[in-house]
Every structure is written in structure tokens, then in C-alpha cells.
Ligand binder design. Structure first.
Ligand SMILES: Cc1ncc(COP(=O)(O)O)c(C=O)c1O
Length: 375
């Protein structure tokens, strides 16, 4: 886990901006990008905006010549607003409307993803301008979020789809996949890269020369459990890429790995009550807000009362932590040991940058946490 801002700084920021706030460290995002780049030196890292589409991260990565992965017109607007060169972006949503394609094309993006025959004709009007990546499905029961259920052609059907696209005069640059998000094991990456090597060879026998491989996102971060350090995690992936794809353009689409450690939530206790033998704390942020990733992303975040960081916490007892809305589903932690807290006390949620603010709602008119860029 990245070092947290000091308690004094946290209190000062809450005094200035109110609560709840998400403290965004662009320096951390850049450090994460650099760590992954060192682990995968030949791979162009396209930051997937999805988990945290914040202009400050986009701009910070621009300063180190970053690349970007977009999926929607809204994400196009974010990178355009930051003055990003569109040739540094790819568009990876497998299912698009004509207006989505045109919006990205008008901006200058040329690389798009397809994964089924119905998507191919959509590119015919633009076939002189676009290069396609064929997304494959590699089902992964070990992934926290298996993204190959909804997207990707089944591997045995990939060559036929490739031939079909080529036969229509479309320029297929290569293949892509996403083995699932928060991949604790690197095994699926190895399996997918090996399969793609065979596919590239079979395609070449048909006269279809592919020059790009996109290995997607999924690189894991430590939330409440430790994780293999990223250089060790990537070493076998890197070796396999070197072995199988020495002269191919390599792309990855990391989102969580860059975004998650970059934001820390600070929320405050609105009230408390004693219910069924537990102390209940009601925060000003909850499941409908920054903790939405607990539902959508199946994620469990570290949770620390500020008094514990300051060393002033008293004895702990079994507690429940809930959000501010009038909905009883809005509970984040059951049976958690916490010191006694009073209304106004602050709590800290490290590692809350990915799939949190991005999927938060303002249900019950509780506003989303304010993002405060701290460096
Ligand atoms: C197409 C695509 N690329 C990249 C990502 C980012 O994945 P992760 O945050 O697991 O790195 C996602 C996440 O949903 C995705 O759908």
C-alpha cells in the first residue's frame, strides 16, 4: 500500500474541501505506470480510462508520453480536453454504434476492436481509415471480474472471423484479449499469448499478416491481501512475449493497476447507533457512492479510522459501517473491529482509485465525493 498523507494534511484538506473527499495523487499514478513499464519494457501501456477517467491522471501520463485506451465518446472528450494526440489512443469497446465510431474517428483514433460478425459491416464505410483488433475470449473462473463472458470471440472461431474480416477488405492489425480484472495469477496471460501465437501463424498461412498483439488489462493490486510484486508477476509474460512476438507491436490496457493506489477516500461519521449488540456507524459516503466498487467490482477496501493512524484510538468492539442513504443495502462492513468513534470523526480508505468514483451515484441526493488532486 502507498504511504498515506499525514493526519494533519488529511484534516487540513477536509477543513478546506469538506467531506467526503477522494485524494488523488497523480505522482502515484505515474509511479505505477513506470513500474509496469519497467516490468513490460516492450509493451505500449495504454491507460484504460474506465476505472478513473480523471483529467489529472490523463495529463500526468501525458507528461511521460503515455498512451490511452478509450471505450466511449465521453472518454474521447476527456482525452481531447487534455490535448492528447489521438494517435496515442485506441478504442477498445467491442460493441459500438455508428455514431460512436464516427466520434472517435473524427477525433483521430484509428484502432478499434471487434469480436463478432455483426460488428464488421459497421467499419466498411471507414475501411481506408481504420485498423481492427480481433478480441478473443479467454474465460477465467479465477478472475475477480471475468470480462470474457460478455466479450470476445471463442478461440476456435477466431480464424474464421479473421478470414471474414480480411475477405471484406478490412485491415485487421492483430488480436486483443482481456483475461479478467484483478488477476491474482498470471496463468491466463500465458495461455492467451500462446494461443495468439498459433493464431498469428495460421493467419499468415492464409496470407493475413498480423502485426499487433494487445494483452489487455487485469494487472492486480494489493487491497486487503498482499500481491506478487509486479516485476515478478510480469517476468514470465515478458519472456513469452519476447519468445513468441519479437517483432510485433505490443499493447496493454492497464486500468486498475494505475488508478487504484492513486486515490484515498476520506469520509466522516454522520451518526452512530447501537443495534443488535453492534455499534453502527453511518458515514457520509457509501455503497451508492465511492464504495460502489464493493458491489460492481467485488472489491474489499482497507478501512482505517484516522484515530488509529494518529495513535489515539481507544479499545475496539464489533461494529458495522454503513453509508448515508435510507437504503438498508447500503452497508459496507459487517462485523469489523473498530474503536469508538463520534459524529465528525474521519475514516480513511486507501486504494480507492479504481472503479469507485467512476461508478458512484448521487442516490438520495448525497453528492459524489469531491476529487482533490494533492500533487
Ligand atoms: C477493454 C478493457 N480494457 C481495459 C480494462 C481495464 O482493466 P483493468 O482495470 O483490469 O486493468 C477494461 C476493464 O473493464 C476493459 O474492459
Amino acid at each position: 500500500m502507498k504511504p498515506l498523507p499525514s493526519p494533519e494534511k488529511i484534516r487540513a484538506l477536509v477543513a478546506e474541501h469538506g467531506s467526503p473527499i477522494l485524494l488523488l495523487s497523480t505522482r502515484t499514478a505515474v509511479a505505477q505506470y513506470r513500474a509496469l513499464q519497467t516490468a513490460l519494457p516492450r509493451v505500449q501501456l495504454h491507460y484504460a480510462l474506465k476505472p478513473l477517467p480523471h483529467p489529472a491522471i490523463v495529463t500526468a501520463l501525458k507528461a511521460i508520453d503515455g498512451w490511452y485506451d478509450l471505450a466511449t465518446a465521453g472518454e474521447v472528450d476527456v482525452v481531447r480536453g487534455c490535448g492528447i494526440d489521438p494517435s496515442r489512443c485506441i478504442h477498445t469497446h467491442p460493441i459500438k454504434r455508428d455514431k460512436d465510431i464516427r466520434y472517435a474517428l473524427d477525433y483521430g483514433v484509428t484502432h478499434f476492436v471487434v469480436d463478432n460478425p455483426f460488428e464488421l459491416p459497421k467499419f466498411l464505410p471507414y475501411k481506408d481509415k481504420v485498423r481492427l483488433l480481433l478480441r478473443l475470449s479467454f474465460r477465467n473462473k479465477d478472475a475477480v471480474c471475468d470480462l470474457s463472458l460478455k466479450f470476445g470471440v471463442q478461440p476456435p472461431e477466431a480464424l474464421a472471423l479473421l478470414r471474414q474480416a480480411h475477405g471484406m477488405g478490412l485491415d485487421v492489425a492483430g488480436t486483443s484479449f482481456h483475461c479478467g480484472s484483478q488477476l491474482v495469477s498470471n496463468q491466463k496471460f500465458l495461455e492467451a499469448i500462446t494461443f495468439c501465437r498459433q493464431l498469428f501463424t495460421l493467419a499468415a498461412l492464409d496470407g493475413i499478416i498480423l502485426d499487433t498483439l494487445d494483452i489487455g488489462g487485469g494487472f492486480p493490486v494489493p487491497y486487503t491481501e498482499s500481491m506478487t510484486p509486479i516485476d515478478q508477476y510480469c517476468a514470465p509474460i515478458n519472456d513469452l512475449l519476447e519468445h513468441h512476438f519479437p517483432n510485433i507491436r505490443l499493447i496493454a490496457e492497464p486500468g486498475r493497476f494505475i488508478a487504484a493506489p492513486s486515490m484515498t477516500l476520506v469520509s466522516s461519521v454522520m451518526g452512530k447507533s447501537e443495534r443488535f449488540g453492534r455499534m453502527w456507524y453511518y458515514l457520509d459516503d457509501g455503497l451508492y457512492g465511492s464504495f460502489s466498487g464493493k458491489l460492481y467490482d467485488h472489491c474489499d477496501y482497507p478501512f482505517i479510522p484516522l484515530s488509529r493512524i494518529e495513535g489515539t484510538a481507544g479499545p475496539e468492539r464489533l461494529s458495522v459501517v454503513s453509508g448515508p442513504t435510507c437504503d438498508s443495502i447500503d452497508v459496507m462492513y459487517n462485523d469489523i473491529m473498530l474503536p469508538d468513534m463520534q459524529p465528525g470523526d474521519l475514516v480513511v480508505g486507501p486504494m480507492m482509485g479504481a472503479y469507485t468514483w467512476a461508478s458512484a451515484t448521487e442516490f438520495n441526493f448525497f453528492p459524489k465525493a469531491t476529487v482533490v488532486v494533492v500533487d
